[in-house]
Design a binder for this molecule. Sequence first.
Ligand SMILES: NC(=O)c1ccc[n+]([C@@H]2O[C@H](COP(=O)([O-])OP(=O)(O)OC[C@H]3O[C@@H](n4cnc5c(N)ncnc54)[C@H](OP(=O)(O)O)[C@@H]3O)[C@@H](O)[C@H]2O)c1
Ligand code: FES
Length: 399
Amino acid sequence: MITPFEMAVSSVRVGVGDERCDMKIVVVGGSGILGSKLVATLSAYGHEVVAASRRSGVDAVTGEGLTEALRGAAVVVDVSNSPSFQDAAVMKFFETSTHNLLTHGAAAGVGHHVALSVVGSGRFLKNAYFRAKLAQEKLIKESSIPYSIIQPTQFFEFVANIADAATHGNVVRVSPALIQPIAADDVASAVASIAGGPPLNGTVEVAGPESFHLDALIRRSLSARNDPREVVTDPHALYFGAELSERTLVAGDDARLGAILFEEWLRRSIAETPQTNPQRVENAGAPIQPAAFKEHEFRIIEVPPGSALLVGDVVVFNVGGRFCATQNTCTHRQGPLSEGTLDGSTVTCPYHDAQFDVCTGAVLRGPAREPLETFRVLVDGEVGRTAPALQSHQQETRI
Ligand SMILES: NC(=O)c1ccc[n+]([C@@H]2O[C@H](COP(=O)([O-])OP(=O)(O)OC[C@H]3O[C@@H](n4cnc5c(N)ncnc54)[C@H](OP(=O)(O)O)[C@@H]3O)[C@@H](O)[C@H]2O)c1
Ligand code: FES
């Protein structure tokens, strides 16, 4: 079946209409979830594509590497994202990076600035992230560069982050509001089509083919992965710090719709998840079980050397017989470290490969910049217990 997006992209490939296939296109955030798919799609259609992000020496916030990356570019596609969702940090990220990209873009003679915002940016202003995306859109509209603003709904790939952000202990508390998620592959096709065509000088919404109640979507997503967390429906539950109305996350009638169904994507994504990885932070690929005892307690037998156990919000690692514990969520974009890989005392985040020392919390490799919070692990016979750290240094307990 050919989707509307695929039809549009096919015309980029054969050079039909206004779309071209021979431009230099700089994808800022080209290493991200969407960016990496977009770089592959645009390259496949014959464009000269530059994937620009901090790991390739281009920092849109400090401006480092921008002049060189943008030289000779016809199009800039901004799919970068803030490493932090904290109120002030996220606003600073999108205002500063957008200002820098527009200033350097104008100096380089860029003829089309394409940026990703989010559906509902103008109507969910209680949420700091959406406020920052609105500020980004305003800067783009006020600039001299012709532009296209694309507002997608939440990616299927982001549903796990929503669950993690709403998790306390073993409970995921979420609203039953509607959500219309979309596969990042479908978004990449839409963005590639728009980037290859003339500037819209306007905004277009891009959304998934189906709407779901958020609580039901999270329940389905967790159960498909045998995740034991309990999903509790709460109309007042916060979505990244603010309450949702019923249609906050749903696109309007004119949105371009993707074709990939959530169930189809979920099946594929589970099938692609490696089943046996000896260094995975789980016991032989088995799902991580919640602690069997009190809230902060666990059986030490459940955490053999080289493995980890999720105990409430804390993940306990057994580093060659020594227990270390950290917060479970990565300080970059809340990746679940309990699903990462452990090598010695180094855990690698499953989302974007940041590395941390699990005993000190220190960042060993970006994109994360902030260290992890660490916890003490106290052992009494067969039972372990996590507790807040006494000092800045991790307390060690040998077994
Ligand atoms: N995910 C969703 O559900 C969703 C929904 C709606 C809209 N969107 C929008 O879609 C876009 C892409 O989202 P995503 O989820 O694909 O993001 P992502 O996976 O978090 O990727 C973010 C990208 O930004 C780069 N980056 C971070 N700081 C940078 C800096 N200072 N300079 C240059 N690059 C930097 C990162 O690479 P380095 O770490 O190497 O710098 C990475 O390539 C964002 O604008 C987001 O608002 C996302
Ligand atoms: S969430 Fe991005 S590296 Fe962990």
